[in-house]
Write a protein that binds this ligand. Structure first.
Ligand code: PFF
Length: 439
């Protein structure tokens, strides 16, 4: 296949590309997926399957996706189509997955914006944080606030009424994603100069603070104590591999698209290793921040005569981010300020992942149809916003869970991941891609 030399948009600098790829990989999944899975599947022992999955599949797959995008200079569907027309459909399946994530990921960011707003009111207007409370009753209160008052949640699958207070935060999230991306790839390369280092700095502050509070070691023991027997369980390995794929944004067409905007002379292998290791480090540190804070919270509650064990509040997903962690922060000194720090961390962690997903969908459509970016981008974002309204209804969180389960399930990441390996490794000449990457 000949390499196309055409004037395609590019990142401007190597750092622009690396940071954008890291920005996509490092997201909400690092904070609410990794620590919880590590805790649930063997503690410190989980690091073994996780690092194995990262080295055996994660980084090699990323090199593969980078090479495909770079060699074809096309987003996923066209990139696969260039190998063989029949493969184009695989690229579209990845784009469909991206599109699906694109509708619900911003909803979680909208929650973060709302919680940030409450924290700001707590810090500047001295209003009580609505999820704060003491002892076991306080945990119930934090749950009640998030599920009942904030989401108006009901358990069945009917949608029920729209939560009006979430419409504005959702619109804000999309507006932020639009402002970050509308000027094109070079501009995205500059935006990530802020959205990648900022959450890292804040995560470090949260970690240092968590680890210097009394009782934090107790929480860390929960996080890191190895339970070797978990290694014999196939589910442990499945979760490790699934988490690597989601966390590295593999099999969604994002990394193919991002690499398609790279200069001809670019270092693909080292870039993939840098992104993979940066993602691993962020996940691990997020775990330190979460568990040291939960440990300190447990200690503080014990001192106050109303003890709450760490296990009582450990959770993954929305439960960690919007119930357990805010509750834990609220037990500790300077709560509103650290809540602001936590939610700004989440917003900046998530926003570059959110817009990377839109970029993947956008580039696929623009490459295929030749339509103008300035029209396609706002159109898909508007559609994303409108579909996202489904998830801010009373039954929305249930639907979000089902759809997220589909993405992470058999027909989602696993299916596309296997197909990609089969096609690029066996049906297409892998030596061609290897040569290209090594060049
Ligand atoms: N990697 C992101 C995270 O860990 O939060 C999520 C993600 C972003 C998945 C982009 C897929 C994607 F295309």
């Amino acid at each position: 296949m000949e390499i196309r030399e055409e004037s395609r948009e590019n990142w401007g600098t190597r750092a622009g590309f690396i940071l954008a790829a890291v920005g996509s990989a490092v997201g909400l999944g690092n904070l609410w997926g990794f620590p919880y899975k590590l805790y649930s599947f063997g503690g410190g022992a989980f690091l073994i399957p996780y690092v194995f999955a990262l080295i055996a599949i994660g980084i090699p797959m990323m090199i593969l996706e980078f090479s495909l995008g770079h060699i074809t200079q096309r987003a996923a569907p066209d990139a696969f189509g260039r190998l063989n027309r029949k493969f184009e459909v695989v690229g579209w399946w990845a784009i469909i997955l991206s599109f699906v994530i694109m509708t619900y990921y911003p909803v979680i960011l909208a929650y973060c914006f709302s919680f940030l707003w409450y924290s700001l009111k707590g810090a500047f207007l001295k209003q009580a944080l609505p999820w704060a409370g003491a002892g076991i009753e306080g945990v119930k209160n934090a749950n009640d606030f998030f599920y009942n008052q904030f989401l108006g949640y009901h358990q069945d699958l009917t949608l029920g009424a729209l939560q009006p207070s979430l419409i504005l935060p959702l619109a804000l999230t999309w507006l932020a994603a639009y402002l970050c991306t509308f000027k094109g790839t070079k501009h995205v390369g500059r935006v990530v100069l802020l959205t990648v280092p900022l959450p890292w700095i804040m995560l470090l502050i949260l970690t240092v603070r968590g680890m210097t509070l009394p009782g934090s070691a107790h929480g860390l023991a929960f996080y890191l104590n190895p339970d070797w027997s978990e290694l014999a369980e196939p589910t442990t390995w499945r979760y490790a591999f699934g988490q690597v794929f989601f966390s590295l944004s593999l099999a969604f067409g994002v990394m193919i698209t991002y690499a398609s905007f790279l200069h001809r002379k670019s270092d693909l292998n080292n870039n993939a290793a840098i992104v993979g290791l940066a993602d691993l480090a962020t996940s691990f540190i997020a775990g330190l921040a979460v568990f040291s804070t939960l440990g300190a919270m447990s200690f503080a509650s014990q001192q106050a005569g109303n003890p709450i064990p760490v296990t009582e509040v450990v959770a993954g997903g929305p439960g960690l981010t919007f119930v357990a962690f805010p509750y834990a922060l609220a037990q500790l000194p300077a709560a509103p300020w650290f809540s602001i720090l936590f939610f700004v961390t989440l917003v900046t962690l998530g926003i570059d992942s959110a817009f990377s997903i839109s970029e993947s969908v956008l580039a696929a459509i623009v490459d295929k149809t030749g339509w103008k970016r300035s029209i396609v981008l706002p159109s898909i974002m508007l559609i994303g916003f409108l579909i996202g309204l489904v998830f801010i209804t009373q039954g929305g969180l249930n639907w979000l869970g089902i759809i997220d389960g589909f993405i992470n399930g058999t027909w989602g990441i696993a299916f596309i991941g296997c197909l990609e390996c089969l096609i690029l490794g066996w049906l297409y000449r892998i030596d061609r891609l290897r040569l290209h990457a090594n060049d």
